[in-house]
Write a protein of this length. Structure first.
Length: 277
């Protein structure tokens, strides 16, 4: 679907200074035209067939797991087996670094790893996008915070990047301005591979693709319960943060059977099924 609707990334000249990317994404009519004539069952079958091969870059969609990842560990494991492991390793250290006001220093120390397919495989796309998006976000966060509840009490001179280390307005989108090149360059590449006209991190990313299951055998009433999940890459490592982000994952966890139910309803309508006959 990404290759069909957004075959290439927009030119930098088209996105420089752009604050709303709605004009760059396919219209509802284009999406409808692409899906027209494809019953829900065929869409599900195609998603089941292509998803594992493409790292579900079009989004997770299965008849068994709904919009949730079939295996929340798969993408992080694939990332850990690639050179992008340094991003997830740093994300695991985030709470301590953010609490001490040292996250910028740690990010600036990262080597540049490009986000091309020969370096970061499709199976690692979601985990890599989430990690780099979070790192870019917390880099901005530390402009005004050093671990003391929103007030910078120590100078940030030690963590200030040189002009050559950061992206400038004349060479990037608004979202990446001031972000270090070592994370901005691969982040933009990954977002392009994901079909995103502009590099960005969404609430969906840090919720649906940023959790891990405590006990996979605890299935009652459903596996994806807040008390059975933890954030994979928390920023602050407190329960308030976890509850705020995991609530969306839990809502999707309650709807895992919904996709199959809707699909069967469509089939019954097409077949003019009448339970009273």
């Amino acid at each position: 679907m990404v290759e069909m609707l957004i075959p290439s990334a927009p030119l930098k000249e088209d996105v420089r200074g752009l604050k709303n990317a709605d004009s760059l994404v396919p219209s509802d009519n284009d999406i409808l035209a692409a899906a027209l004539g494809a019953p829900a069952r065929r869409v599900l079958m195609r998603a089941d067939a292509l998803g594992p091969k493409t790292g579900y870059r079009d989004g997770y969609l299965t008849s068994r797991w709904g919009f949730c990842p079939p295996d929340p560990e798969a993408s992080p494991i694939a990332l850990a087996a690639s050179p992008g492991r340094l991003w997830s390793d740093l994300c695991r250290r985030m709470p301590g670094l953010v609490g001490r006001g040292k996250i910028r220093e740690a990010i600036l120390d990262l080597p540049l790893v490009v986000g091309t397919a020969d370096i970061i495989p499709d199976q690692a796309l979601w985990a890599a996008t989430v990690c780099l998006g979070i790192l870019a976000s917390v880099y901005r966060y530390e402009e005004r915070n050093d671990g003391h509840e929103g007030i910078a009490t120590t100078p940030l001179s030690a963590a200030v990047a040189s002009p050559d280390e950061i992206m400038h307005e004349d060479e990037c989108e608004e979202e990446l301005k001031g972000i270090p090149r070592n994370i901005a360059i691969p982040f933009r590449t990954l977002c392009t591979r994901m079909g995103r006209p502009l590099p960005h991190l969404t609430q969906y990313d840090v919720s649906i693709y940023n959790y891990k299951i405590r006990d996979h055998t605890s299935v009652y009433p459903y596996v994806n319960r807040s008390e059975n999940m933890d954030l994979r890459w928390p920023v602050f490592q407190d329960r308030a943060e976890a509850m705020f982000l995991l609530c969306m994952a839990e809502v999707h966890g309650t709807f895992t059977n919904g996709i199959e139910i809707i699909t069967r309803c469509q089939e019954m309508v097409v077949e003019r099924y009448d339970p009273l006959c």
